[in-house]
Design a protein around this ligand. Sequence first.
Ligand SMILES: Nc1nc2c(ncn2[C@@H]2O[C@H](COP(=O)(O)OP(=O)(O)OP(=O)(O)O)[C@@H](O)[C@H]2O)c(=O)[nH]1
Ligand SMILES: [Mg+2]
Length: 198
Amino acid sequence: MKILIIGDVNVGKTSLINRYVNGQFNKTCKTTVGVDFSLKTLHWSDKERVKLHLWDIAGQERFISMTRVYYKGALGCMVIFDITDSRSFLNCRLWKQDLDLKTLLPNGQPLPCILVANKCDLSQRAVSADSIDMFSKANGFVSWVETSVKENRNVGEAMRRLVQEILSGQPSPDPVLPALENLIIHESEQEQPRARCC
Ligand SMILES: Nc1nc2c(ncn2[C@@H]2O[C@H](COP(=O)(O)OP(=O)(O)OP(=O)(O)O)[C@@H](O)[C@H]2O)c(=O)[nH]1
Ligand SMILES: [Mg+2]
């Protein structure tokens, strides 16, 4: 399942992925150039796993018009901002517009997209919960969540919520959509170790 992580420069996209995938946080993180990829297997339930392909798109990429290529085939998206930086918050509208302009699910619906208010460990907040709530509804986000990648608050919850939205996507007569079901790997279907020959 391909998931996009987008938002302005310095909001914490790479840090969030690093926390989610490796359980680590670095105070100094190099700015991303282009795009990075990470893989994570999410244990969805006792018997089901979901393989996540996380695409970490550099904040600068909104100006470079390569995003259409990066967005291709994605099933969900996180748009992240820094809660101490109101410009990064307002720019989430531009990210969402860019996404909606260039992507559609196989059933013709827009991609489920969650708004993530990061760095909530910092005291100098520039955006209130009420404005985030209004903004989230006005711009068609499925929901929003406050995170601190630094203190590991709500990172896993945000991803789970997004995956839940993706998996509960509207049923459609489109023959491509049943493929959504195939995103879940049942434990009993795990690859058995193969007898090696030669
Ligand atoms: N206090 C605090 N700092 C954070 C948090 N998340 C990330 N940071 C810091 O924010 C800075 C930028 O983080 P990155 O993950 O590189 O940001 P990015 O969104 O990937 O930026 P680009 O790759 O340039 O688009 C780094 O110094 C991180 O350590 C957080 O939750 N709290
Ligand atoms: Mg980055």
